[in-house]
Design a protein around this ligand. Structure first.
Ligand code: ITT
Length: 191
């Protein structure tokens, strides 16, 4: 069965592809000639995942799933949350976003945060959602070079390495997206 993964983020694509069974042919947006700026205008992670998946289902008539992820920082009441990709402004880099978080947490001792992923799957017009959460803390400086986004400053609970110091296999085993993707894979296997 063919399934579109509605993402422009190549890191996400690689992480998820390793988990979904080979029985499914995962197509990316380029594969279906979609170069649209897919709207993400909802105010929840669940809402945005749903919006991205339905956009492809409705406009390209293909079964599809989409991931929306946010970093939720305790002392900032869950910020940046749905704004994680553009926290430092439209067109900002991963590094700009980290810089903004580090500034906001400067001098703050409670550095608890979590990543939350919601994957929305739309098959024949019906939607199913799968969630994954990982708790951790935010360091005061970057460590490691693998991964993407906020990985260099995120220390998962019970680990002494940041997500950017872990291999992609190690990150996948415990991460928000790994958990949500395994739930999706299990669902697809049992259909
Ligand atoms: P798509 O919408 O095209 O899938 P995106 O990068 O815009 O890709 P999101 O809307 O889900 O993805 O934005 C989430 C942002 O949160 C993302 O840009 C990263 O900065 C960050 N992020 C997501 N997953 C992450 C991870 O596993 N590790 C670190 N940061 C992550």
């Amino acid at each position: 069965m063919k399934l579109v993964f509605a993402t422009n983020n190549k890191h996400k694509l690689e992480e998820v592809k390793t988990i979904i069974s080979n029985d499914f042919e995962i197509l990316n947006l380029k594969d279906i000639n979609c170069f649209d700026d897919i709207p993400e205008t909802q105010d929840t992670i669940e809402g945005n995942a749903s919006q991205k998946a339905f956009y492809i289902y409705e406009n390209y008539k293909m079964n599809c799933f989409a991931d929306d992820t946010g970093l939720e920082i305790d002392v900032l009441n869950g910020e940046p949350g749905v704004y994680s990709a553009r926290y430092a402004g439209e067109g900002c880099s991963f590094d700009d976003n980290i810089e903004k978080v580090l500034k906001k947490l400067s001098g703050v001792s409670n550095r608890k945060a979590q990543f939350k992923t919601v994957i929305s799957l739309v098959i024949n017009g019906k939607e199913y959602q799968f969630k994954g959460i990982i708790e951790g803390t935010l360091l005061k400086e970057r460590r490691g070079t693998s991964g993407f986004g906020y990985d260099p400053v995120f220390l998962p609970k019970g680990y002494d390495k940041t997500f950017a110091e872990l291999s992609s296999e190690e990150k996948n085993k415990i991460s928000h997206r790994g958990t949500a993707s395994r739930k999706l894979a299990e669902f697809l296997k049992n259909r």
